[in-house]
Design a protein. Sequence first.
Length: 338
Amino acid sequence: SWLLAHPLEDPATRYRPVPRPAEVTVAATDGSQVFPDRNFGATCYLLNVSQLAFQYGTAEPPILRATPTLHHTPEDLSVTWDGREMPVTAEIIGALRDQRELDALLEVAREARRPERPVVALADGTLIRWSLGKSAEDFKDTMLARYAATLAGFEADGIPVASYISAPGSTDVVNAMRVALCPDPVANCDRCPYRDRDPVPSSVLDGLTDRVLFEHHLERPGERSALFRSASQVLDAYGERQTILFFYVHVGREVGRVELPAWVATNGRWVDLIHAVVLDQAEKGQGYPLILSEAHERAVVRGPEREQFYGMLQSALIRAGVKVQRSEKSLLKRSPRI
């Protein structure tokens, strides 16, 4: 039941960074959404996805934009599950947003790429679509196939793609250490003769996360760990070349997790490039990659903007002659009595 990291090299290996190229293109995206509000008379949702690209070492201007899309048609508001049409949920909208973010990242990386200049496409958060693990099979299969196809698009264009996870809570590597400490790792845990031993050998690792482990192992800022392969079952749908590997990196103020497809990880120059770019971005962002921070700021839909969105929507419906009804709860929340 544990996720076990599979080391692709000596797991105790530490790598020092190489210098960042003098000229490099870094692209990033992020996304936000306004979920359907059942207290509002019209059902719809909004996706807002940012696209950024910085050209370092040149005088070229950056790409800084965000594109909102309104989803309100019957096709937008339902999906087919096991042959039945079901209304969209927050989980489904989140999966659609994840896909739009990756599509937008490939688009902006292609646009910003320059001949003879290295490029890195950087996403925020995980490349492993954990949230789809419990979705209906037909929807999950469709979304995972689309996601893997977009990752293959990066490979076809030769654009190395990776993601950065701040303050990761994963325990994949620690779980592998638990197995290493087990006196009989092939035994059935329910019948293991060591399960009642006090203490159980692996109990010394209780409460330990990979992040804490590598905070101790990566002694100097800038170092990264060995490469590991994730054993998540979701990745079975990705295919061998798109399956996700990861390493941990000490960016100065924290140890973050960097995920990348297998086809990127097999190219040592690309791994070194991603390592150098992540460190440089974290330094510029005072502990967190600058371009990801800026992508978030351009994508996020805050409370006042959400209220403005619903106000614009209501005005448009009234102009179209559609009667708009808001629930009493919605009206009272917008007109406090005290």
